[in-house]
Design a protein around this ligand. Structure first.
Ligand code: PXP
Length: 273
């Protein structure tokens, strides 16, 4: 099923702005970023600003903004999250580890949704799905705490039946299926989708997506997607939201953030049509 929203069709684009902060931090590592929302800060020049990038992404058609506040604050910082919560006009999705300090921050700041992810200190980006099955009861308590303050919860998981069933048992509102293995297979096979590994990964995602919906959860997906590989994922039955960061930020260096987001939104819409 596809659904129309304004001039777009199919899944919403959730724009992940972490890598804008990665570029900023490469230069302004120790900046305090303590100014107000309008940017009147001694570090107003700490560019690129992920909050301004989020605004551009909204103008380009993103219907959700995502930021991952890591334990080591390697890209977005606490002040970025406060400013995003104050200024983002579409949905705001806080990606975070399932730790006490992050849950407390989510209870205080109340984003629309929290996506729980595993967090390894050495990884460059999130590398694998969350092991929900191995910590189901602990995660169920976190999900209930988030629901109590009106925050939806999503589990970033591998497209695996055990994990999906555990996410439903834990009470998650949504699952974000990890599309990394599909994206890698797609790149390695030059986009061959009739047979071979990318085809197999796509079937795995389709079956996993059907189970997520059968168990009554919202179906989201993301990681590693590009304008070349996003189409087949956008066409998966009932897909609601696609979370994409790196390829859009990379493309924005050439054509600007608003245009890069619009290009991805149009690609998703065309695929869903
Ligand atoms: N979803 C999750 C849970 C992620 O951790 C990330 C990467 O930060 C993404 C989606 C976006 O992945 P990419 O930057 O490869 O598009």
């Amino acid at each position: 099923m596809t659904h129309a929203r304004g001039d777009t069709l199919g899944p919403r684009l959730g724009m992940n702005i972490d890598h804008v902060a990665t570029v900023r931090n490469a230069r302004y590592k120790d900046a305090k970023l303590d100014g107000n929302v309008t940017g009147a800060s001694p570090f107003a020049h700490a560019e690129p600003d992920p909050v301004r990038a989020a605004h551009e992404a909204e103008l380009g058609g993103a219907l959700c903004i995502t930021a991952h506040l890591r334990e080591d604050r390697r890209h977005v910082r606490d002040r970025d999250i406060e400013r995003l919560i104050e200024t983002v006009r579409v949905k705001f999705n806080l990606e975070m580890a399932a730790t006490e300090s992050m849950v407390a921050l989510a209870e205080k700041t109340r984003p629309h949704m929290c996506t729980l992810v595993p967090e390894g200190r050495e990884e460059v980006t999130t590398e694998g799905g969350l092991d929900v099955a191995g910590q189901r009861d602990r995660l169920a308590r976190i999900v209930r705490r988030l629901q109590t303050v009106g925050v939806r919860s999503s589990a970033f998981i591998d497209a695996n039946e055990t994990q999906i069933r555990a996410a439903a048992d834990a009470g998650f509102d949504a699952c974000e299926l990890h599309t990394g293995p599909y994206a890698i297979a797609f790149a390695h096979t030059g986009g061959e989708l009739h047979t071979g590994p990318a085809h197999a990964e796509l079937i795995t995602l389709q079956n996993a997506g059907a189970l997520v919906r059968e168990l009554g959860m919202q179906l989201n997906a993301g990681h590693g997607l590009t304008v070349a590989s996003v189409g087949p994922v956008a066409r998966i039955e009932g897909m609601e939201e696609l979370h994409i960061g790196h390829s859009i930020v990379a493309r924005s260096i050439y054509i600007g953030m608003r245009a890069a987001v619009r290009e991805m939104v149009d690609t998703i819409s065309a695929a869903a049509r």
